[in-house]
Design a protein around this ligand. Structure first.
Ligand code: MOS
Length: 756
């Protein structure tokens, strides 16, 4: 593997397409309703509609299930239960495979794993008929006592299997805390949260002989295909997954869910296509969620505010039959220098559905608590919290010892402070009042790992100079279609209108999909390489063509050729692309590209950085918290498209508002159901909650990460965002709340405790 990958990056000068704020190429289709989502595809033949019947107990067994009334209901063609469902592969232990590609069996026995666990699947001629009949299925349960509370015994240490993150222990944290001038030792909690993508999970399943096609809302098609094929005991080649457009993912569509598996099973049984959409309520129980966490933070500092110790232990829920763990302490390992360190993750197994990734899994809730604890330390020190961050910056990863490929944390802090007017912040909590409002400022750092996943691409340049690129990539609303268009246009000097990106199909070359903020760099570099493959072929053709102006140009001149505006320039001469194609490649030129994580440097730690600033108003009588303004400043490699990048960062900031102030799913301690399972009761910030939110990117050249210099940006925006808001709430109110979300009742309780 190369220590530093160096590859010519064409089109950086002149009419470069990369870096342009190109409008979304799929925008017109979306606003016209012509971008089809999974549920909008029609199967060939008479499509039937499925409806999932979920268990109404948290733990137990089905004693008796009576489907007779449902089967007699109008339009019903099939009712599947554990008594007549086909045998599927067991969920089984996670061994080497990604958790996202594990088998996901349903209706395999009498055991109920959690509230909402599918116990029957009703299929009818219409959605309404299936739903009506679903309520006629009668189930009797043997109810067992369920374990539902993360906080009952938060310190029980169950460890985890399946290759989670090992603890990190460096130096002696206890000794550092004992000797420190200032110590913070605090416990924060973060709640259950749900993704709530605008498009609920949906599938259309259709069989053609032994071949299954699923149109499904899924972020990562390769993992989805393996999961479906293994569940149904088929070969991967027999399964095709199609996801052309996806209405939001946020991690909630990384896993294959019951809509996909049960639709496939029923479609095979019936010999006709079956379509299933989960209701908003069902997505709460039948898809994944963010686990609750209890996090203890210990910070030790000398009198000058230099950290001597950092400790972070997180206890968090997982389903009793699973081993997913959110990597809550990873940012704590990388963000600040300190000689003595201890970070640990612990699972608490409960009778609740499976948790999985959600909007910067681990980093988001880990940074929420770490950056609040840093604010607490700054207060003890009597130090500007921004200065505390600056003082503990580091050139090398504090636990791995590797240098960072790039790290511009301090630049983000300083630029953000300048733009936000950080010097105007109230020095004393609860000291600035405007009418009924107490005004406060808060800030936090941002950091998130940059990763890459193996990806490939194929492209075809036709004789007319139009390019079609194919990748089993997904666009979950982030702008992937657009940035891939730019990358291809840039490499070959084409107008973006001459580029067509086709994706969302496992028949295309395997690509990362969308998750972990890896998509742009992974799929993008694979596509870039496929276009370089076409360039090399075109230059070879030109150099060997006696009729070309580029005839005979040597390899050196070919490697520094420039493709722009439909022309190829090398050695001071130029050839028009379509003329060369007409003479030498009337059938067009095909190119292939592939990238693997091993292709980029392993000698550096790769992260993205940023800084968050927030101003809030807290009503002095009611404790109501309103965000007034928020700013995020980020350094995250080369920005492929400032418009789509800004949109993603703004989304991250808004999630930060949600995680600080509004988002929380409540578990009914009697039934194990999520109580507030709709958008009326699960509070996602709306426009009125985000009045003035801005995100900017500092230009960063990181030539170590990959040839394009692009790093993942999707999830950076939320990392630390909620902490800036929470720290502003403290600065405004003088109440430090360590139980998220921060709601007005907790502010009032804090004031009451202060005797205010
Ligand atoms: Mo992301 S939470 O890995 O979709």
């Amino acid at each position: 593997m190369n220590a530093r990958l160096r590859e010519v990056t064409p089109g950086l000068a002149g009419d470069a397409q990369i870096g342009r704020a190109l409008d979304r190429v799929d925008g017109p289709l979306k606003v016209a309703g012509r971008a089809p989502y999974a549920y909008e595809f029609a199967g060939s033949g008479e499509t039937a509609y499925g409806y999932v019947v979920g268990a109404t107990v948290a733990r137990g067994r089905i004693r008796r299930i009576d489907t007779s009334a449902a089967e007699r209901a109008p339009g019903v063609v099939l009712v599947l239960t554990h008594e007549n469902a086909p045998e599927l592969a067991p969920f089984g232990p996670r061994v080497a495979k990604s958790r996202l590609s594990r088998p996901r069996p349903y209706l395999q026995g009498t055991q109920v794993r959690h509230w909402g666990d599918p116990v029957a699947f009703v299929v009818a001629e219409s959605f309404e008929q299936a739903r009506a009949a679903a309520f006629l299925v009668r189930v009797e349960y043997e109810v067992e006592k369920a374990d539902l509370d993360t906080r009952v015994e938060p310190h029980r240490d169950e460890g985890f299997e399946g290759g989670g993150l090992p603890d990190s222990e460096i130096g002696d944290l206890d000794a550092a805390c004992a000797a420190a001038a200032h110590v913070v030792d605090v416990t924060y909690t973060t709640p259950y949260q749900h993704h709530n993508a605008m498009e609920p999970h949906a599938t259309l399943a259709a069989w053609d002989g032994e071949r299954l096609t699923l149109h499904v809302a899924h972020q990562m098609l390769a993992e989805g295909r393996t999961s479906v094929a293994d569940t149904l005991r088929m070969s991967k080649e027999q399964v095709r997954i199609v996801a052309r457009y996806i209405g939001g993912g946020f991690g909630g569509k990384l896993t294959t869910e019951c809509d996909a598996i049960l639709s496939a099973v029923a479609a095979r049984r019936l010999g006709r296509p079956v379509k299933t959409a989960l209701s908003r309520q069902q997505t709460f129980h039948n898809c994944t969620h963010r686990n609750e966490s209890v996090q203890r933070l210990r910070l030790a500092a000398d009198a000058d505010g230099r950290l001597t110790g950092i400790g972070h232990t997180s206890w968090q829920q997982t389903a009793w039959f699973d081993d997913h763990i959110e990597p809550t302490v990873t940012c704590t390992r990388a963000l600040y220098a300190a000689a003595n360190r201890s970070t640990r993750l612990r699972l608490v197994r409960l009778d609740l559905p499976m948790s999985d990734s959600m909007r910067a899994p681990g980093e988001a809730i880990g940074m929420l608590t770490l950056e609040c604890a840093m604010d607490e330390l700054a207060e003890k020190l009597g130090m500007d919290p921004l200065e505390l961050r600056r003082r503990n910056d580091t050139d090398v990863h504090p636990e791995k010892g590797k240098p960072f490929s790039s790290r511009h944390l301090v630049e983000c802090l300083d630029e953000g402070a300048r733009r936000f007017g950080w010097d105007q912040r109230p020095r004393t909590p609860a000291s600035r009042r405007e009418g009924r409002s107490l005004i406060g400022y808060g800030m936090a750092s941002a950091i998130r790992p940059n990763m890459l996943m193996a990806s490939s691409a194929s492209v075809h340049l036709d004789a007319g100079g139009r390019l079609v690129a194919r990748q089993a990539m997904t666009d979950i609303g982030t702008g992937t279609y657009t940035i891939l268009t730019q990358i291809a246009a840039d490499a070959l000097g084409l107008d973006p209108a001459a580029v067509r990106i086709e994706m969302g199909d496992t028949d295309f070359p395997k690509a990362s999909g969308s998750g972990g903020s890896v998509g742009a760099a992974s799929a993008g570099n694979a596509l870039h390489r496929a276009c370089l493959d076409v360039r090399r072929q075109l230059l070879d053709l030109a150099a060997g063509d006696a009729h070309s102006a580029l005839f005979g140009v040597d390899a050196g001149a070919r490697s520094s050729a420039r493709f722009a505006g439909g022309w190829i320039e090398a050695a001071g001469r130029r050839e028009e692309l379509v003329r060369l194609l007409a003479r030498q490649a009337a059938a067009g030129v095909d190119g292939q590209g592939r990238i693997e994580p091993g292709d980029v440097s392993q000698d550096y730690d790769q992260q993205t950085f940023g800084a968050h600033f927030a101003e809030v108003a807290v009503d002095a009588d009611t404790g109501e918290i309103r965000l007034r303004r928020m700013l995020g400043v980020f350094a995250a490699g080369r920005i492929l498209n400032p418009k789509t990048a800004r949109s993603q960062a703004l989304g991250g900031l808004v999630w930060g508002i949600g995680s600080a102030l509004t988002e929380e799913t409540f578990v009914d301690a009697r039934s194990g159901a999520y109580v507030n399972r709709d958008l009326a009761e699960y509070h996602i910030p709306v426009h009125a909650d985000a009045p003035e939110v801005e995100a900017i990117f500092l230009e960063e050249h990181d030539d170590i990460v990959n040839a394009l210099g692009a790093k993942g940006i999707g999830e950076l925006g939320i990392c630390g965002a909620g902490a800036a808001v929470a720290n502003a709430v403290y600065n405004a109110s003088g109440v430090r709340i360590r139980e998220f979300p921060l709601t007005l009742d907790k502010v009032l309780a804090g004031w009451a405790a202060q005797g205010r």
